[in-house]
Design a protein around this ligand. Sequence first.
Ligand SMILES: Nc1nc2c(ncn2[C@@H]2O[C@H](COP(=O)(O)OP(=O)(O)O)[C@@H](O)[C@H]2O)c(=O)[nH]1
Ligand SMILES: [Mg+2]
Length: 249
Amino acid sequence: MSDERDSEGEYTFADVSVVMGTYNEREAIGTVLEDIDRVTDGQAEVVCVDSSSDGTPEVAREHGATVVEQEPQGYGVAVHEAITTPDRQVIVTTDCDDTYPMERLPDFLAAINKGYDVVSGDRLSRGAETMPRFNRLGNHAFAWLASALVGQRVHDTTTGMRAYRREVIEAIEWTENTGLSAELLLRPLLRGYRVAEIPIDYRERVGETTLDPLSGGAAIAKSIGKVALEEQLGREAAGERVRSEQAIE
Ligand SMILES: Nc1nc2c(ncn2[C@@H]2O[C@H](COP(=O)(O)OP(=O)(O)O)[C@@H](O)[C@H]2O)c(=O)[nH]1
Ligand SMILES: [Mg+2]
């Protein structure tokens, strides 16, 4: 397992993999990969899990990215593959549609070095005016629902831009597809990992989305409910185990 921490024991971009699902993102991918290269001084590794038929993977390879090819099976199937492929210590997810600010990568890495296990880019606190209105309303509703279920305020459950210490990715079993982004925030939160949300800007999408807002929204709401319930039941079961072990002693 690679580990390139500097003399102060801090992670550098040589410890970072930026990973993404790519599904017909030919128009945007060049800009996204150039931004990552510039901001990380060519040090971050890039992994694209690709399901495209428009030449996206060729552009990815030209830019030095590792490409894993996969049939199109949805956002979460691609991103699950993407987060479990690298062997670096810090995994950053993003979308390949030029909406997320790669210039903020140093802030995400700094927060990991401060001790956070998950650093989540919160688009909604800064307004996300470029997001389609229906999606924005939906995302506010998901944040509200998740906050009520986990008992603390979360601002953006479906953001695509986050950094994770690899230990978190490896410690948890991930089950969701369209709702994977929410799951990747909520399970660590409910297990007591240190999670930070940092406000980010969100740009207008380059190219067409493949996610349907209605069916996708319903799937995300269901995932939030399921994940929160499973985590609460998991805690109760763990509490029961401790109590019965104590009774045996
Ligand atoms: N490989 C792969 N990538 C996907 C799939 N579905 C979505 N993506 C990618 O996942 C990211 C998020 O999807 P996007 O269309 O931007 O969703 P939105 O941000 O909700 O509009 C983008 O980079 C897509 O190219 C899929 O089935 N396979
Ligand atoms: Mg997107």
